[in-house]
Write a protein of this length. Structure first.
Length: 638
């Protein structure tokens, strides 16, 4: 039995179970704030369905579907409910593809229409008087490619598939295509809704606030047309929507049931008061005020806010804050320098990069959106050799872990091929050892070696196979590197629909990347793998930590989606902010308020928020008067 299934039932759990047992299969929404055990209720609902409906569904080849937001969440839920074949647990993309996959004809028609839209869009751009000549040339090339794709899509034997990067000519749909296409098909074809309900009579949607509005609309359309044969349940919290593509609040139909989970088992009383105040300030206040859950934290906890001068030295001021907290709370862990002691939440990756020493590397990838996104995810093809092969080998050599080093070389080294083919180990192994030692030196602390120097060492020696796409970037006029046979035949994931401007942007990104200190890639690796105390405020939803330090530093952020100084009334709203607010649209204040709620609700013992601002006196007075923290807990610099 999983930890979640072993927990006592709440009133919400009982209400959910009663709805699932109702033959009418009515739709419902579970509204649950931070720390309420929302995922626990979801897992319990799945377990109940598996026990009560599983045998019947298996006999009919039908399944219970559960959609959640990330692959990690998928794995967590699968671990809780086991490997029972009557469950289909997946991300939204995977589920939508599962639904649409048999409908090859409808998808091909959609793709042809989509390619036609892209062609018309580029033609319209070329018709504009101010379009630059280079842009027209790139658009003309893209139009020719798209017309070729359109011709290939006429082939009835072309089997459509789903991949990370779209390639219409090869019949490959991308992530964004799935999110756009399948809801449209469900809305357009009633038989697709009926078939979905037949295959998945129960659909439970986790993190519903982050599910796209189009997907929510499509699922609702299935529920409307298949009432009595399809049970739809949304589990979510609009206050924890931090991504712009999410639907936010799912509006219930008049005959739906809304179930609230007011308990909070994570946060002690003083932190709970802070997040309840933040929630009540939302323009879309849902009235949900959380209460301590039975068996939750018994101590009152700590909740402090510090107002610091943004012109001061960050590290000195933060060290003083941490020393103050350690002293006042009698908790020396606040001053400890390991990733498990204090979780530091920043507004964006660049701010973590600045403090962790890989800002130049971050800036290299920040100039192009596609590259920046994959950098943030840790999935960029140019970085993968470092993350998966180069750094692990250098560290194994440094730590004298011979078995681990040899395992990596057996898997990735071109130099060992000759050894395997029969060359004497007397010739191969000593040189291999010297080349590996040089790599470890290039990546050692204090080394000034660049990414280019590391990759050129590997390419020349054949120590580690690299990605073939790096080859043209490493060649020099005065020293053409004979390294083609050191690269795999497969260059990896396709780049999808790219134009001349995209290629130019990629060239600029890779050139800047190759000039970065290689040690910055090590710091970046530690950050994305959670080996440091830093995380973004957006990236911790669902997580919890004993001590949380939230850094609010608008002026150091280049993004415009969030502004804490606007939220606290320290900076004027723009005309767009005011207009969006008056029209009830999502706006800077609401986005920032939700992010603040998510950040503050991570703490299980102690929460400290630091606001960096120019006018510390005004900020302090306003926050003491109107802020979510108790007045006596709003401090100047210690």
């Amino acid at each position: 039995m999983s930890n979640r299934l072993g927990k006592d039932d709440t009133e919400a759990d009982k209400a959910i179970r009663a709805l699932l047992d109702d033959d009418r299969k009515s739709a419902f929404i579970v509204m649950a704030g931070a720390g309420s055990g929302k995922t626990t209720s979801l897992v319990k609902a799945l377990d109940h369905l598996g026990r009560t409906q599983g045998p019947r569904l298996r006999r009919g080849g039908r399944r219970i579907a559960c959609i959640t937001y990330t692959n990690n969440a998928v794995e967590e839920i699968r671990e809780d409910i086991g490997t029972d074949g009557c469950f289909h647990v997946s991300t939204i993309h995977s589920f939508l593809w599962e639904v649409a996959r048999p409908f090859q004809g409808a998808m091909r028609q959609w793709m042809r229409h989509r390619v036609g839209e892209l062609i018309r869009d580029k033609q319209e751009r070329n018709a504009r008087p101010r379009t630059r000549a280079a842009t027209r040339v790139a658009n003309d090339r893209a139009i020719r490619r798209l017309r070729e794709d359109l011709e290939k899509l006429q082939d009835p034997d072309l089997r459509l598939t789903y991949g990370a990067a779209q390639d219409y000519g090869r019949g490959i749909l991308g992530h964004s295509d799935i999110l756009r296409m399948v809801p449209e098909l469900i809305e357009r074809h009633p038989n697709l809704a009926a078939i979905t309900a037949q295959a998945f009579p129960y659909l439970l949607v986790d993190e519903s606030q982050d599910t796209t509005a189009a997907a929510v609309s499509a699922f609702t359309a299935i529920e409307r047309s298949e009432q009595g044969r399809f049970c739809l349940g949304f589990f979510g919290d609009p206050m924890q929507q931090v991504y712009g593509i999410g639907a936010g609040t799912v509006e219930p139909a008049s005959d739906w049931t809304v179930i609230r989970k007011p308990e909070n088992w994570r946060c002690p009383r003083l932190i709970l008061e802070v997040i309840n105040t933040i929630r009540s300030q939302s323009a879309t206040d849902d009235g949900l005020q959380q209460i301590p859950g039975p068996g939750g934290p018994t101590m009152p906890g700590h909740a402090d806010l510090f107002v610091l001068d943004q012109e001061g030295d960050d590290e000195t001021q933060l060290a003083q804050v941490r020393s103050y907290l350690a002293r006042e709370q009698q908790d020396p862990a606040w001053t400890e320098n390991h990733d498990e002691a204090v979780k530091v939440l920043v507004l964006e990756h660049r701010l973590a990069a600045r403090r962790l020493g890989f800002e130049q590397l971050y800036d290299s990838f920040a100039t192009a959106q596609r590259e920046r996104e994959r950098f943030a995810e840790g999935t960029h093809w140019a970085l993968k050799p470092f993350l998966e092969r180069i750094i692990p080998l250098a560290e194994a050599v440094r730590d004298q872990e011979g078995v681990a080093a040899m395992a990596l070389l057996r898997r990735y080294s071109r130099s060992l091929d000759a050894f395997v083919e029969g060359t004497s180990s007397v010739e191969v192994l000593p040189q291999l050892k010297r080349d590996a030692a040089t790599l470890a030196d290039l990546l050692s602390e204090g080394s000034q070696a660049t990414v280019r120097e590391v990759l050129e060492h590997l390419a020349k020696t054949g120590l580690i196979r690299l990605d073939r796409r790096l080859l043209p970037h490493l060649r020099r006029d005065d020293d053409t590197l004979a390294i083609a046979d050191h690269f795999p035949e497969d260059g990896g994931e396709e780049n999808g629909q790219t134009g001349e401007r995209d290629s130019e942007k990629l060239e600029a990104v890779i050139t800047a990347y190759l000039g970065c200190p290689a040690r910055q890639v090590v710091s970046y690796r530690d950050y994305i793998e959670g080996r440091t105390s830093y995380q973004t405020q957006q990236g911790v939803k669902g997580a919890e930590f004993p001590r949380v330090l939230v850094l609010l530093e608008d002026d150091r952020s280049k993004g415009t989606n969030f502004s804490y100084e606007k939220l606290f009334g320290l900076k004027d709203l723009t005309e767009t902010d005011i207009q969006n607010k008056e029209l009830g649209k999502d706006n800077t204040l609401e986005r920032t308020l939700r992010l603040f709620y998510v950040s503050c609700s991570r703490a299980t013992r102690s929460l400290a928020v630091v606001l960096f601002t120019k006018d510390t006196e005004t900020a302090r007075d306003r926050l003491r008067r109107d802020g979510p923290f108790m007045a006596e807990k709003v401090h100047d610099a210690p």
